[in-house]
Design a protein around this ligand. Structure first.
Ligand code: ADP
Length: 407
């Protein structure tokens, strides 16, 4: 084959009628095609496997193997799966056209052949079949890349989970031993060192726990637990934990629980505690003066009020706090701290994102807290949002449906 022939597209004409072959050859050659011929289906199959043509023009009525059988046989060859096949048929032979498509033909041409129409049709179907092949190939490679990325993420999460878990055991040992050490008689200097070991250890354990939780979300391994719990007590406990820190910053910290809120709820109290803990820790961290208020209210009409109402479970639409059905509770943590810029509000629920890089240097943190809060709230069937004004403060609020206490 000359280099010139290598670049010229090749058509295989299959027809037992020499005049038809001649007409088709003349039209295609004048349009710059190379042409090979076969006189029946069997010859066509052999020529196809040897030459790998870019297009096949196939007559129907031929001795030994007709066009339909040849077309079906070509489609079964690995190289023939995508090659365009044009069936040449009589003008009013509609039955043949249907049969040709059933056998795998790409399109049809009517006889007597019109040279101009033939070359245009051939050019068009070759071009569209190439585009189709490219599309299929890129779809396949995209799917492959997506599968590889998903598998990579799964392995990464699994690895993160294992590492965090392994770090927790020795960390607990360090913390336990430090606690024992603090109970012994120490010089003021030694006590100072032991205190620092303990606070640093506790901070590290919090980070490790966050990473462990986050990896559980990523690998879909986080399960909620269900218990009956006293929500008033839970709120008072959490607020109590932060009183000391708030007082040291001259920030007033209070808790307002709406009277209609049922005392006992049924759900994952540990995870609810974790969410409130994260929000409150942030509020205290980012507020230097003023006040922080934690509120809990029964959400009367969640389907109307909530921005994500369409995503709330359908059962919530008939929720009230007094009927004994599900209770939708809205928790909020408001502060008078540094606030968050509008454009950052949308980002801060993403993992590892902080509103402002400079706060990382001052306050530390991993940017995982809010991402975990959002995932937990959504796992519980609720939603979370923030409303904030830079320099004036922020309100984080989330709404979660709870079963009332089981009898
Ligand atoms: P981090 O561990 O960094 O605090 P979070 O996911 O809890 O991670 O918070 C992400 C970022 O959102 C914080 O770094 C901070 O920039 C911003 N942010 C969260 N809560 C507040 C708040 N109450 N006031 C001001 N900024 C906040």
């Amino acid at each position: 084959m000359t280099p010139d022939q290598q670049n010229t597209p090749l058509a295989l004409i299959v027809d037992d009628d020499a005049v038809n072959r001649l007409m088709a050859r003349a039209a295609l050659e004048s349009a710059g095609w190379s042409v090979e011929e076969a006189e029946n289906g069997r010859e066509a199959l052999a020529a196809f496997q040897q030459l790998h043509p870019d297009v096949v023009l196939l007559d129907i009525m031929m001795p030994e193997m007709d066009g339909f059988a040849a077309c079906a046989a070509l489609r079964k060859l690995p190289e023939g799966e995508h090659t365009p096949i044009l069936i040449m048929t009589g003008l009013d032979d509609y039955g043949s056209i249907t049969q040709a498509y059933d056998a795998g033909a790409t399109d049809f041409l009517t006889k007597p052949l019109n040279g101009l129409l033939l070359t245009h049709r051939v050019r068009y179907i070759v071009r569209s079949s190439r585009v189709l092949q490219e599309l299929q190939a890129s779809r396949a490679s995209l799917a492959q890349a997506r599968d590889a990325a998903l598998e990579g993420t799964r392995l990464k999460s699994e690895f993160l989970g294992t590492v965090s878990h392994e770090i927790r055991t020795p960390m607990n040992g360090i913390l336990g031993m430090t606690e024992l050490l603090q109970d012994t008689s120490l010089t003021p200097e030694q006590r100072d060192y032991a205190d620092t070991i303990r606070t640093s250890g506790e901070a590290l354990l919090l980070i490790v726990n966050d990473i462990l939780d986050f990896s559980k979300f990523d690998s879909g391994n986080l399960q909620l637990e269900e218990v009956d719990f006293d929500v008033n007590r839970l709120l008072v406990d959490i607020v109590g934990l932060f009183q000391e820190r708030a007082r040291s910053k001259e920030v007033k910290l209070s808790c307002v629980i709406q009277a209609q809120l049922p005392t006992w709820l049924h759900g994952d109290s540990g995870r609810l505690r974790q969410i409130l803990n994260n929000l409150l820790a942030n509020a205290v961290k980012f507020t230097e003066r003023g006040e922080i208020v934690v509120r809990a209210d029964v959400e009367e009409t969640p389907a109307k009020q909530h921005p994500l109402d369409s995503e709330l479970p359908a059962r919530l639409t008939h929720v009230t706090g007094r009927t004994g059905h599900l209770v939708s509770v809205r928790f909020s943590v408001s502060d008078t701290g540094i606030g968050i810029a509008k454009e950052a509000c949308a980002r801060i629920f993403q993992p590892f994102v902080q509103a402002d890089g400079s706060t990382t240097r001052i306050h530390g943190g991993t940017g995982l807290g809010l991402a975990i809060c959002q995932q937990l709230v959504e796992l519980m069937g609720g939603s979370i949002s923030v409303d904030s004004t830079p320099g004036r403060g922020s309100v984080f609020q989330f709404t979660v449906p709870f079963d009332p206490k089981t009898e």
